[in-house]
Design a protein around this ligand. Sequence first.
Ligand code: G4P
Length: 552
Amino acid sequence: MTSSPTAPQTQHPTTQHPTTQQDVRREASRRRTFAVISHPDAGKSTLTEALALHAQVINQAGAVHGKAGRRATVSDWMEMEQERGISITSAALQFAYEDQVINLVDTPGHSDFSEDTYRVLSAVDAAVMLVDAAKGLEPQTLKLFRVCKARGLPVITVINKWDRPGLDPLELLEQIQDQIKLVPTPLTWPVGIAGDFRGVLERRTGDYVAFTRTAGGATRAPEERMDAEAAAAREGDVWETALEESDLLASDGADHDQDLFLSGFTTPVLFASAISNFGVSSILRTLVELAPSAVPFRHGEPGEDGRPAQVREVDAPFSAFVFKVQAGMNTQHRDRVAFARVCSGVFERGMVVTHAQTGRPFATKYAQAIFGAERAVLDTAFPGDIIGLVNANALKIGDTIYVDEPVTYPPIATFAPEHFAVATAKDSGRFKQFRKGIEQLDSEGVVQVLRSDLRGAQSPVLAAVGPMQFEVAQARMESEFGAAIRLERLGYTQARRTDAASAPALASVRGVEVMERSDGTPLVLAPDKWRITVIERDHPELTLEPLIAGDQ
Ligand code: G4P
């Protein structure tokens, strides 16, 4: 996948030099595919800009995400990507750093869309968790962190906003250790308290990296590297304090261990100020040196460890799975883009793949047809890359596409919804549009759709993790499908998975309701956790399971 002037140019594999398995292995090993997770306002957009700036994708901060006055550059870029038919901006930012290819997969900022973030986490090989130095661990961060842990996803922690007064660094580490049960292993240690950020002690080398502030942080922050002696002469007591604290960490066993990091037991910690571009190059270097390259994905029945037993190696024939579907990206035509993570092999634009869920062939040609003549530059994608397939209407979230050897990756688990509402068409004469719209929103994962014989097909229940999902559903039903809906909120806050054997007994319990989700999963809805506890106590024989590991 080629996204920007600096992204690596790859040979088109159908020319005289077909891509060999060795090429695929090499390309996969160069990929670092990750997402930044944080509580809103911790600085995700700012860090994304800063990372891109350091990697020299763009010359001036503000061209990636940005807000308010910086929007113009952003939309220009998006338009460009949309024309290409392979969208990068809204799904993944790809850039070259040193010899590696970095894919930064975007996650939504608002906590009501944490389920989207969860799906993104199923498509990446590592996560960067951003923590606001003044606020410490916040609810959204905690939830996502637990999900990473449950998935065994390696997490790099970045304590951001160190330029402003904040908590004590040791206290921040304690929060990570106590609340998430991950052992923090700082790679850098701040020199100067929060609000007086002078630089960092690089614990591996013992060097001091001093920062120099630049106007607005709009250019690369100059860093000056010096040895301990020079650092002591320059910073005096402040340097000594950093040294002492670092020694304390070492005696506490808080040093980096690559195996423990990769298996999700420890998290390397870095200190930064994204807005002033301090510590950003350390984050990139950490990604390149420590984060895993594109990992092979698992499939098939669960083995002894509960994980799918089979592995599709990265150099096997092409396969990918869809982790995000987005409609209406181009308001001119009602397009629909399916974003897929390449798991194995090489993707060549125009290739015919098999859609595992239907067994039907799917030509990626259409995506190619909407490219202009200059699109010849865009050609291939390798394991770890994200491809956007335009108007791939049959593809749903969690679906697999492949060539040659069949493979079906496991479906992406869903969060337990906490908000429920009965949807009815305002105009009963537009039921056909209503049904089509609900089906579409369901396939994109905008809301989950539940039904029961009791409520009937005319009034499905929409289930959401955050109430803002309802607003999106309501607006889109009206504007895109011409089927305005009425939503009547229900008093449930809990959902658990059950099975066909337990469903009838649960349906007769007072205050709870059993419904079937569109993927066939029977769910029990309850007003509160207490009611669930009572059922578990009174009917231990009935199946009641959390929807996702790490959730609840
Ligand atoms: P998000 O995507 O995680 O929601 O956060 P975003 O980058 O939008 O940053 C949230 C606010 O925090 C912004 O201020 C941003 O400038 C500020 N910020 C980000 N990184 C740092 C940092 O390292 N130090 C300090 N001091 N502030 C930081 P805002 O006032 O909400 O927006 P803006 O007017 O600055 O754009």
